[in-house]
Design a protein around this ligand. Structure first.
Ligand SMILES: *Cc1c(COP(=O)(O)O)cnc(C)c1O
Length: 414
């Protein structure tokens, strides 16, 4: 399932020639399929249509305004983790009453911004954060709607950097502390307890950990309800994985099928989910151009104009991204490292990869790069951040310009 396909040996996205995009916009460039992104939104909406639900697109996954707007148009709310994401979500037209605010380090000013915007709910991660939130709300004479992010201590069996629901991670609150904090929150006039939340990790390839976490949250919710708390939302976070290489991933319908029965024992609660990667990941690719071939000792390198500052996932997590030549030639294949110009040996897009021989000027598409691609990009080595392009109805348009040298020095003083 992928919007990037060959037609007559030329890579296309929804019928549009990828090399035409490169000619018009240059490289490196992120390319997203609007139709594919939208189909993923609809897939989630459809799977949960028969129960009370709110789907909050995880803004940090890929935060281009055009994609945020598309999410809003398809009934999605947003899961934000900073004041900057709140600003972008509102600017894109997302309704604050469908925004949840996650993260372990919300500042007082970010809290104030979100309170003034009247977002749906704060997912609170610690006793001190709860105290600060109550103070900020009190100063503004407002009442903060809160859920506590519970750490269900389940192993999501994913990369340690993106496993968040284990006892030893910085995220969430333990079961016992949650009970104490819920009682404190319920007694505070500046807080209104409305939900219970968790997010156990990202790129999960099995539904089993979601079920284990949901069962723990359900039991805690029942305990809290019998203690007199009026919970309205059960937020199960995001995390559903995608296929990068040869992973077998659950269908969204399967994910829905295991979560929905758990809600039956919690009548009156609305399920919130915060999907990100599953929607944006396969919708986008990073297009790069080959600069040089080189050989050091026994190793072959393909040097491209795309680097770790454009797509850090391979360097940061050792992630695998499929790489396709934009022109399929039938050339003989070699094992190569695909690397960028950045001055780090950790700068690579792929290692030990069997790829058809390429020459300077050839284009390569790094697939499944829509999630945590552009949003994690940086200006390291004073490299300009790439352009972003959206393919829509047989056409393409730039949805973020490539940065300029002026952008590089904006705000700097001598
Ligand atoms: C990152 C994140 C998500 C999105 O995770 P995906 O794996 O991209 O679906 C959702 N909720 C929270 C709290 C997150 O930190």
């Amino acid at each position: 399932m992928n919007p990037f396909n060959y037609i007559d040996n030329h890579l296309t996205v929804d019928g549009v020639s990828v090399s035409e995009i490169a000619t018009a916009v240059g490289t490196p460039v992120y390319i997203y399929s609007k139709a594919f992104f939208q189909a993923r939104l609809v897939e989630f909406e459809t799977a949960f249509a028969d129960i009370p639900h709110l789907l909050c697109y995880s803004v940090k996954t890929c935060a281009n305004l055009s994609l945020l707007k598309l999410s809003a148009e398809n009934g999605f709310g947003a899961d934000i983790v900073s004041g900057g994401e709140l600003f972008k979500a509102i600017k894109a037209g997302l309704s604050p009453c469908r925004i949840v605010f996650s993260g372990v380090g919300k500042t007082a000013s970010e809290m104030a911004e979100a309170l003034r915007a009247d977002i749906l709910m704060f997912n609170v991660e610690s006793a001190e954060e709860l105290e600060t939130l109550a103070q900020v709300a009190g100063n503004l004479n407002l009442r903060a709607k809160v859920a506590l992010r519970v750490n269900p201590d389940v192993d999501p069996q994913t990369h340690p950097y993106i496993a968040t629901g284990l006892k030893a991670s910085k995220f969430g609150i333990s079961h016992d502390e949650a009970i104490t904090l819920y009682k404190q929150a319920a007694a505070n006039p500046h807080l209104k307890v409305i939900g219970i939340d968790c997010h156990i990790g990202s790129q999960l390839t099995s539904v089993t950990p979601f079920v284990a976490a949901a069962e723990k949250l359900r039991d805690l919710a029942i305990e809290l309800q019998s203690a007199g708390l009026n919970l309205r939302y059960l937020d199960m976070g995001g995390g559903l994985g995608i296929r990068y290489n040869n992973e077998i991933i659950p269908a969204v319908s399967e994910y829905a099928a295991v979560l929905k029965p758990l809600l039956k024992s919690l009548p009156g609660l609305t399920l919130i989910l915060e999907p990100g990667r599953r929607i944006a990941g396969p919708s986008g690719a990073l297009l790069v151009k080959v600069l040089y071939n080189k050989r050091n000792g026994s190793k072959n390198f393909v040097v491209t104009d795309g680097a770790m500052n454009d797509l850090i996932r391979p360097s940061l997590y050792g992630s695998y991204h499929r790489i396709l030549p934009v022109l399929r030639t039938g050339a003989s294949k070699n094992v190569v490292d695909v690397v960028g110009p950045v001055c780090e040996s950790g700068d690579f897009l792929a290692r030990e990869r069997l790829l058809p021989a390429v020459k300077a000027g050839d284009l390569l598409a790094v697939l499944e790069a829509g999630a945590y691609g552009y949003s994690m990009s940086s200006n390291y080595n004073a490299r300009l951040r790439a352009a972003e392009v959206l393919v829509e109805n047989g056409f393409f348009r730039v949805i973020k310009s490539r940065e300029s040298y002026e952008d590089l020095t904006r705000g700097e003083y001598i």
